[in-house]
Design a protein around this ligand. Structure first.
Ligand code: NOJ
Ligand code: CA
Length: 704
């Protein structure tokens, strides 16, 4: 059970009410001109991280973070510019200080581990700025810091419009950064790795001909989650948690001072957020460690989200699915009925159901099932789909019954073509329709310009839309997988039916004509996009030349087959697709066995070794089972891997079944060459294998 107590190691000079009162008075009212005056200091529970807050001569409040004595965040200021009432909230008077320590445990409904420790020390600076009351709230965990603003209920200040948020993240050096360009409308970019001083988002975006919709924010603006590595040996990830009723945060870098400032996505008329007291902003998160592996094991972002309010969650089920999907991306079939290549016809979908059922899958996604695909793309049309009208050659009733008779379900597809207003109007009817067909999972999509016109994918209105979808779907007991949605911020704790999102460059970009997916992409995703939550990456491609049905295509999947298997462990999601075609799996049924066996819900996760842009090895223990799965992947470089298995139970032998790159495998020259081999291992073993260029290794560890 939880305990919340006043924090012993914070309040100085002494933890008693009178001293605290005096201390507050001191910090609030004594001014030392031109010298930064200390306001409060707070340590993490293990004292590894120290947060200090100061006030400068101009009256600004600054925060600063150290990790084991190393400066991680140099003094950084806070505040807002409001549009209405028009005023700046930059100078703060501290009215009082509270602190507390929290140590609780909670059990996620699904996820990487069965129990999560939520342990932090909290500091609340009650302030006023320009007559407005604002609380600045800091939580210091052993693996990082969260900060948010809270506007309490107060006289004469109820409704307000945010013009700018002025939160700074002042970097202590010219770190190496893994970044994508700031963009109001898409996060489906390739990652760039440069020094902070070398960030050039405009040039990077210009190379991205694969992306149709862009609303660039400038040369020095990047998106979060932003991953960095310092020259003096620490890793830092900046992102946000609990993004609700507020636009997404991007970061604008001042390249002379290496200081980021929050940059909020505007609405159609340039405003950022329409708010009403009481209001809490999302948390600004800084996850930090000297070890890259610890960044990936952090639960800070989840801990900063509210618990689920669902009474009954038994209807939420992690699942593996196949899809009448990739064959349209690679030109075998197509979404519209017109044109003679309609993929979602009854006979074809039946084939998918048969194959998926035979191999134990939970679902089959069908895209192109509904009327409207003849003219859906790149339009400003308000009404493209109604989400309840199947094409005449798609016998939805008999197919849903057929699927259920075989023990699986169809997964519904709702492409909105960006018209969120149309979707909002039709959501109830669409979800009732799903329920009437026994379908319990929906993949949503927002390709193209957003309607309401002028809104962006990441603006406050759309953030509220995605959250409304999750809430409404929950009322109908439906699970959601959103594509083209805003970067996740740990809201899957609050909405555990929002199983996964795309919100980054997914595997479908293997088919993109220019940059596509390069081998290091999947070694960066865990440090960036996945910090916010599970991704529907759609791994499992076995046929790497994408000219199977269209000889004009020169695109190739830049991965070995064994790496495609390993991605089921390194890219966490409770909703995992086996993306390739049944015939391509038929050709490698022995390797397909790994996809059949791999779990999608876990009791435990250990990040064994990882370096952004280079390699990632993760071990996960299947829910309620003794079986462990390991995924190990590399970038374009081959490497020898040796993984200590000390997480295994003592006193038992395990059989390790390795699906590894063949000795002559290579993502460019020989991607489909793999070897399946057994080894006998135990807790004291090191598991060794070689990853070839663009390669991977997937392992099943079973107790003997
Ligand atoms: C983009 C999605 O990411 C993809 O999975 C889908 O097939 C297309 N939109 C069509 O909706
Ligand atoms: Ca997409």
């Amino acid at each position: 059970m939880g305990r919340k107590k006043e924090l012993a190691n914070f309040v100085y000079p002494k933890d008693n009410k009178m001293m605290k009162f005096l201390f507050c008075l001191l910090t609030a009212f004594v001014v030392f001109p031109s010298v930064a005056q200390q306001v409060a200091v707070l340590n993490s529970p293990n004292k590894g991280i120290q947060l200090s807050t100061t006030k400068n001569a101009e009256g600004q409040l600054l925060y600063q973070v150290q990790l084991k004595g190393k400066e991680i965040i140099s003094p950084s200021s806070l505040g807002f510019v409001l549009k209405k009432p028009a005023m700046e909230l930059k100078k703060f008077t501290v009215l009082g200080i509270d602190s507390s320590a929290v140590s609780t445990n909670w059990k996620p409904i699904w996820g990487e581990v069965k129990e999560i420790a939520n342990q932090y020390n909290e500091l609340v600076l009650h302030t006023s700025s320009n007559g407005i009351l604002i609380d600045l709230i800091f939580r210091v965990f052993d693996d990082g810091v969260g900060l948010r603003y809270y506007f309490p209920v107060q006289a004469n200040f109820q409704h307000f419009i945010v013009d700018q948020e002025l939160t700074q993240f002042n970097m202590s050096g010219d770190h190496t950064a893994f970044w994508i360009p700031g963009d109001y409308d898409t996060n489906e970019y390739t990652y760039n790795k440069t020094k902070l001083s070398e960030i050039d988002a405009t040039t990077a975006a210009a190379k991205e001909k694969d992306i149709a919709v862009t609303a660039l924010m400038g040369k020095n603006v990047v998106q979060t989650p932003l991953m960095m590595k310092s020259a003096n040996g620490f890793y830092l990830n900046i992102h946000e948690a609990a993004l609700m009723n507020y636009p997404a945060m991007h970061l604008r870098l001042d390249q002379t001072t290496q200081t980021f400032q929050s940059m909020l996505v505007p609405d159609a008329v340039g405003n950022k957020a329409y708010l009403q007291t009481p209001f809490s902003t999302p948390w600004r998160t800084m996850v930090m460690s000297e070890k890259a592996e610890k960044i990936l094991e952090s639960k800070l972002i989840l801990n900063l989200n509210e618990p689920a309010k669902f009474g009954d969650s038994t209807w939420i089920k992690p699942q593996k699915f196949m899809g009448m999907w990739w064959e349209m991306h690679i030109g075998k079939a197509n979404w519209p009925l017109a044109g003679g290549k309609h993929g979602a016809n009854t006979a074809n979908v039946k084939k998918y159901i048969d194959f998926a059922a035979q191999h134990g899958f939970d679902g089959v996604l069908v895209e192109g099932w509904n009327q409207g695909w003849e003219d859906w793309f790149g339009n400003w049309k308000e009404e493209v789909f109604d989400f309840v009208s199947p094409y005449p050659d798609y016998a939805i009733d008999s197919l849903t019954q057929y699927a259920q008779s075989k023990g699986l379900r169809l997964i519904m597809h709702h492409e909105t073509s960006g018209s969120a207003t149309n979707y909002e109007r039709r959501m109830d009817e669409a979800y009732q329709y799903m329920v009437s067909k026994g379908i319990n999972t929906v993949k949503t999509g927002y390709v193209g310009k957003i309607i309401p016109r002028g809104e962006h994918h990441d603006s406050q209105w759309m953030v509220n839309h995605y959250n409304r979808v999750a809430e409404k779907a929950a009322k109908y007991h439906l699970m959601v997988d959103s594509h083209e949605s805003v970067h996740p911020t740990g809201l899957h704790r609050t909405y555990p039916n929002w199983m996964a999102a795309e919100a980054a460059r997914g595997s479908e970009f293997n088919n993109a004509p220019t940059l596509g997916i390069i081998p290091d992409h999947t070694t960066i995703l865990p440090f960036t996009r996945l910090m916010g939550g599970p991704m529907d990456y759609t791994p499992g491609l076995f046929h790497m030349s994408l000219n199977q049905f269209d000889s004009t295509r020169t695109q190739k999947v830049r991965s070995t087959l064994a790496k495609q298997l390993a991605l089921y462990v390194t890219i966490h999601s409770p909703l995992q697709m086996a993306a390739d075609l049944p015939e391509n799996y038929e050709a490698h049924l022995d390797a397909f066995q790994f996809i059949k066996d791999v779990a999608v819900d876990w009791d435990d996760t250990k990040v064994l070794s990882a370096e952004p842009g280079d390699y990632v090895s993760i071990a996960c223990k299947a829910k309620n089972k003794d079986t462990w799965f390991i995924g190990s992947i590399t970038d374009e470089n081959a490497r020898n891997v040796s993984l200590p298995l000390d997480f295994l139970d003592a006193g038992t032998a395990y059989e390790a079944l390795l699906y590894r790159d063949a000795d002559d495998a290579d993502f460019e020259k020989n991607p489909e060459a793999y070897v399946i081999e057994k080894k006998l291992v135990s807790k004291s073993s090191n598991l060794t294998f070689r990853l070839q260029r663009g390669g991977g290794c997937a392992v099943v560890l079973k107790k003997l």
